[in-house]
Design a protein around this ligand. Sequence first.
Ligand SMILES: Nc1ncnc2c1ncn2[C@@H]1O[C@H](COP(=O)(O)OP(=O)(O)OP(=O)(O)O)[C@@H](O)[C@H]1O
Ligand SMILES: [Mg+2]
Length: 252
Amino acid sequence: MIKLIDLTKVYKGFCAVDEINIDVKAGAIFGFLGPNGAGKTTTIKMMAGIIKPTSGQIIINGMNLAEKPSAVKQYVGFIPDRPFLYEKLTGFEFLLLIAGLYRLDHTPLFDHRISELLELFDLSHWKDELIESYSHGMKQRLVMCASLLHRPGVLIVDEPMVGLDPRAARLVKGIFKEQASNGTTIFMSTHSLEVAQEICDEIAIIQTGQIVAKGTSEALRRMAGVDGDLEHTFLKLTEGKRLGHEKFLSAH
Ligand SMILES: Nc1ncnc2c1ncn2[C@@H]1O[C@H](COP(=O)(O)OP(=O)(O)OP(=O)(O)O)[C@@H](O)[C@H]1O
Ligand SMILES: [Mg+2]
């Protein structure tokens, strides 16, 4: 469903993403992990069509993003790490604005869809309040709501759990699982190893722009040769790169 082929981004001579290859199956939740500055957001921005790759391909649902940007964007829901919201709109008005951008018709069925999503994200009571009065977590949930309006087949999410309280995080994890079980493919970056372990079918770890490990959390643990939790695995695998790339490669 999602294929990244030799995807590369060079910023003024600095290679932020270095020929990465990732293949995500339809209906899977894919976790993208890595230390700060590893290249996660850069990869995600390329997948969302916000920045252009220096080289490589992004194929989503069989469509090449470079060739069919509108069709791919119509198929994708994107939740950025730092979303921009029009604070002088109410939550409901914001959703109508986004629906307009996706050219969704304002029908009674559509109104029902908005109410359903607001309910799902526990925002119904706040829909007529200005966004400027929302807490961080409420804004985050409103953006998630907006990203699902057009029923995307692929959801691309940059650090969804940051700033969410435990109840909201549980709610969002449940919604992601539900979406995936209905066939939506989810690609998410996260620093939460617990979240990755709990809901991701497969995980890739990126470091200094390169994928250093890929597989189920169980496979990564085996690869790292540690008995402990995913935190130990993560530390071990990202340490390998610092010790020398050759050492890491032998772990494959
Ligand atoms: N517009 C830019 N111009 C130059 N360098 C950039 C730009 N955007 C990102 N970078 C660099 O690319 C590298 C990868 O950044 P990126 O934001 O993708 O990391 P990340 O994995 O998302 O990190 P974090 O976990 O902190 O969110 C960093 O070294 C960053 O400084
Ligand atoms: Mg980032």
